[in-house]
Design a protein around this ligand. Structure first.
Ligand SMILES: C[S@@+](CC[C@H](N)C(=O)[O-])C[C@H]1O[C@@H](n2cnc3c(N)ncnc32)[C@H](O)[C@@H]1O
Length: 321
């Protein structure tokens, strides 16, 4: 770096970030270790000028920069150097990401690297494969660990459906909680293969747990036609899914009523759905749904390491059919 002033500024920010991360790590390390939780958040843009997120993955660090436009190459590595040093993590276990905030910035799921290296991490007595290096998303959304616990506690004897299942973390929770059957749906082949690995590592790869490689609306139509029905479900769609030639575009803001109505039509009376979105300006339109109750439970589903004053990482509703 040739500009000494900029160098000084980056170094000062790096020290400030490392300080904050160290305190949080000391605060969370023991209590999460007691619960056997190996993935948690250490920093999320708490200091306005440090637009970064730092996550702990069982001894690995995933450090992202929220970008509006391509930022200077040296900034993120400088931050990472300081954080890694203060937590004593070797640089080969530090993974850097540029996080894109909205749809105007391009696809969120682009591949960053090709290491294909997955590690197994624990969340209570569940295990999940994560890939800290290759994608912006690692395979596990840790902000939903308490929602998974809620699903698990309700799952005994139920038929569970997981829509937009990604790596099927919710399914593992439901199956571990004694679900009679589970069906997990995603249109990505990579996600379905990953979901299979997660079921297997938890000893849940049985005939009762089905993985479906399909688009959600196609699945719902087909499920209704064959008279399939469920009494517990999770719907966690992407905020947007890019327009494709086959007309598969989805925008949670405008399309959630249609989606939820179709899901409700394959639920048994008394069934329960958890609906979640990460959209930052989401406005729910749930009042016309033919259900007995739809209640926002975000305050119960965001864990303490993700709690922030001005931003909710996700919003979540419990819908009683
Ligand atoms: C936000 S992630 C879901 C996270 C997941 N519920 C979890 O707990 O880890 C969104 C997922 O939706 C999938 N997806 C996007 N559009 C889809 C569609 N039309 N049908 C099925 N899956 C879709 C993507 O492949 C991705 O795996």
């Amino acid at each position: 770096m040739h500009d000494p002033e900029r160098y000084q500024k980056f170094e000062a920010q790096g020290r400030m970030l490392a300080n904050r991360v160290k305190k949080r790590f000391q605060h969370f390390k023991k209590r999460f270790a007691r619960g056997n939780i190996e993935v948690f958040r250490l920093y999320d843009w708490d200091i306005p000028e440090i637009r970064a997120v730092v996550d702990w993955y069982a001894g690995h660090l995933v450090i992202g920069e929220y970008i509006r436009r391509q930022s200077l190459d040296e900034w993120l590595p400088t931050m990472a150097g300081h954080v890694a040093a203060v937590l004593d993590v070797p640089m080969e276990k530090v993974h850097l990401k540029l996080r894109r905030a909205g749809k105007q910035d391009g696809p969120r799921y682009e591949r960053l690297d090709h290491t294909e290296e997955k590690i197994v991490v624990s969340e209570r007595d569940l295990k999940f494969y994560v890939n800290p290096a290759d994608f912006v998303d690692t395979g596990l959304f840790s902000d939903h660990r308490d929602t998974r616990m809620m699903v698990r506690k309700m799952a005994q004897g139920r038929d569970f459906v997981n829509l937009y299942c990604y790596t099927a973390a919710f399914t593992c929770a439901a199956a571990m909680g004694g679900a009679r059957s589970t069906v997990s749906v995603d249109r990505s082949e990579t996600a379905i293969a990953w979901a299979r690995q997660n079921l297997a590592v938890n000893g849940l790869l049985t005939d009762a747990n089905t993985l479906v490689h399909a688009r959600v609306f196609d699945f719902l139509k087909e499920a209704r036609q064959r008279g399939a029905s469920f009494d517990l479900g999770v719907i966690d769609p992407p905020s947007y899914s890019t327009t494709r030639a086959d007309g598969d575009a989805f925008d949670v803001l405008t399309d959630h009523p249609k989606l939820l109505e179709a899901v409700v039509s394959i639920m048994r009376p008394g069934g329960v759905l958890f609906f979640s979105t990460n959209h930052q300006r989401f406005a729910p339109r749930l009042s016309d749904l033919p259900v007995s109750k739809a209640e926002e439970i975000t305050d119960q589903t965001i864990p303490e390491d993700y709690a922030r004053k001005n931003k909710k990482i996700h919003r979540c509703w419990r819908i009683q059919v």
